[in-house]
Write a protein that binds this ligand. Structure first.
Ligand SMILES: *[C@@H]1O[C@H](CO)[C@@H](O)[C@H](O)[C@H]1NC(C)=O
Ligand SMILES: *[C@@H]1O[C@H](CO)[C@@H](O)[C@H](O)[C@H]1NC(C)=O
Length: 290
C-alpha cells in the first residue's frame, strides 16, 4: 500500500510529462456543404475526451450558404487558415474533412508544397463525384432531376457553384471532362502542367482514411466515399478499377501500395450523423488521431 501511494503520483507526473512531450497532433476539421463549425462541436468533444490536450480547430469559413462558393476560391481561404496552424505544429497535423470538405482538403493537399499533414481522414465525402437526386440537390436546383443537372452544371455559370464542380454525370462524360474545372483536374483525368507536383504534394500524407456507408442517403453512389463511381450504365466500379487509380494519376495507387489507405464502412449511418456517432469515431477515427 505504501509503495503504491508513492508510485501513483509519480506515475501521474510521468504520464503528464509524456503527454506534454509527445502530445497528440493538432486536428483540423473542415466542414461540408450547408454546415459550419456548429455541427462539429460533438466530434471535437469526442476527440478531446479520448485524447485530452488535443488542439482541435474547426475552420470557420464558407459556412452554410457560403459553402456553395466556387471551390478553388474556398481552397485558397482554407489554405490560409490551415497553413498558420501547420506552422505552429512542428510534428504535423491531422486533417479531418467532412462531405464537400473532403474535396476541399484533397485540393488543398495537392496544391500545398511542403505541407505537414500526417493523416487525412475523409468522412463521407464524394471523392469520386456525385450523381443523385438528393435533398441537397433540390435545395440548389429545386426544378431539376439528376438527368438534367449537367445542362446547368457543365457551363461557366454552373461552375461557379461548388456542387457543380464535383457533379459527375456518367452519361455526359466528355462534357464533364471539358467543362468541369475542379474534380477532373484533381483526379488527373484532365491533363495539366502541375500534375507531377500535385501528385508529389498529395503523397506527403502518411495515411488516407476513407469512411462511408450504404445508408448515407446523400453521397451517391455511396461508394464515392471510397473512390468508387458509376460507369455509363450506372453500375458501380470500385476504386481499384477506376482509371485514375490504375494510371496512378494523383498518387492513390502509390499510397495504397504503400499500405497507407485505410477504409472504414458502416451501415445504419445517415449523412449528417457521421460526425456525431461515437461508434464511428471510435472504430474509424480514434486510432489515427495520435
Ligand atoms: C490512362 O492511361 C491510358 C494509357 O496510357 C490512357 O489512354 C488514358 O487516357 C489514361 N487515363 C487517365 C485517366 O489518365
Ligand atoms: C451509429 O453507428 C452505428 C454503426 O456503427 C449504427 O448502427 C447506429 O445506428 C448509428 N447511430 C446513429 C444515431 O446514427
Amino acid at each position: 500500500m505504501k509503495t503504491l501511494q508513492v508510485i501513483s503520483p509519480m506515475l501521474l507526473l510521468l504520464l503528464l510529462a509524456g503527454v506534454c512531450i509527445d502530445g497528440y497532433k493538432p486536428v483540423v476539421i473542415v466542414h461540408g456543404i450547408f454546415d459550419g463549425p456548429k455541427q462539429f462541436i460533438k466530434l471535437s468533444s469526442f476527440i478531446t475526451k479520448i485524447h485530452p490536450g488535443t488542439k482541435v480547430s474547426v475552420i470557420d469559413l464558407y459556412n452554410n450558404i457560403f459553402s456553395l462558393r466556387p471551390l478553388w476560391k474556398q481552397v485558397e481561404g482554407f489554405k490560409k487558415a490551415i497553413s498558420s496552424i501547420m506552422q505552429s505544429a512542428p510534428n504535423g497535423i491531422h486533417l479531418l474533412c467532412f462531405s464537400q470538405g473532403g474535396l476541399i482538403c484533397r485540393a488543398l493537399l495537392s496544391t500545398t508544397p511542403h505541407h505537414n499533414v500526417h493523416t487525412f481522414i475523409s468522412l463521407s465525402s464524394p471523392l469520386a463525384g456525385q450523381y443523385g437526386d438528393t435533398e441537397y440537390l433540390k435545395r440548389v436546383f429545386p426544378d431539376y432531376a439528376k438527368r438534367m443537372v449537367f445542362r446547368v452544371c457543365y457551363t461557366r455559370f454552373g461552375q461557379r457553384l461548388s456542387l457543380c464542380e464535383y457533379w459527375n454525370d456518367p452519361h455526359h462524360r466528355s462534357k464533364y471532362l471539358l467543362k468541369n474545372d475542379f474534380l477532373p483536374k484533381l483526379d488527373g483525368e484532365k491533363q495539366h502542367k502541375d500534375m507531377t507536383a500535385w501528385r508529389e504534394n498529395f503523397l506527403r500524407i502518411k495515411k488516407l482514411v476513407l469512411i462511408g456507408g450504404p445508408d448515407d442517403g446523400v453521397i451517391t453512389p455511396w461508394q464515392s466515399s471510397h473512390y468508387g463511381f458509376y460507369d455509363s450504365n450506372e453500375n458501380v466500379v470500385e476504386m481499384k478499377n477506376q482509371e485514375f487509380y490504375r494510371n496512378d494519376t494523383f498518387g492513390l495507387k502509390t499510397l495504397d501500395a504503400r499500405g497507407d489507405v485505410s477504409t472504414c464502412v458502416h451501415s445504419g449511418v445517415k449523412h449528417v450523423e457521421w460526425h456525431s456517432n461515437f461508434t464511428v469515431f471510435m472504430s474509424c477515427m480514434e486510432k489515427w488521431l495520435t
